[in-house]
Unconditional design. Structure first.
Length: 121
């Protein structure tokens, strides 16, 4: 994949916008990705702190080259892993993943994963 600098610079801009290059979703959060490499990675969950993504969460892949990617959170399905060498997701407009509520105590009782953009849907 090839990216332009504007695709990997935080949308808020500013002097520090290129300090940590990532591929950002339309809501300003870094897209998360994991390769089948036995290492894993991280993904970020909201809320923003000082206009930046915060709350890094681990995404573990303990066995390399088994053609499976463990899912980093419960998304309401029976899947705990997906076949393939790569997985990619965005937490969507609420910046939350997993099975908690995206609007706890609010009018819209939706699971946080319902607006996520996931390569394994």
């Amino acid at each position: 994949m090839e990216f332009r600098l504007k695709d990997v610079t935080h949308p808020s801009g500013g002097a520090n916008s290129t300090n940590a290059l990532a591929f950002y979703d339309p809501w300003g959060m870094p897209y998360a990705f994991c390769f089948d490499n036995g290492v894993g990675g991280i993904y970020y969950e909201g809320p923003f702190q000082n206009g930046r993504p915060s709350n890094p969460r681990p995404w573990k892949d303990t066995k390399a080259n088994d053609n499976r990617i463990p899912l980093p959170f419960n998304d309401g399905s029976s899947k705990s892993a997906i076949p393939g060498g790569f997985a990619f997701f965005s937490n969507g407009p609420d910046t939350l993943s997993g099975n908690g509520l995206s609007d706890p105590g609010g009018k819209y009782q939706k699971k946080a994963y319902e607006n996520d953009i996931r390569s394994w849907k």
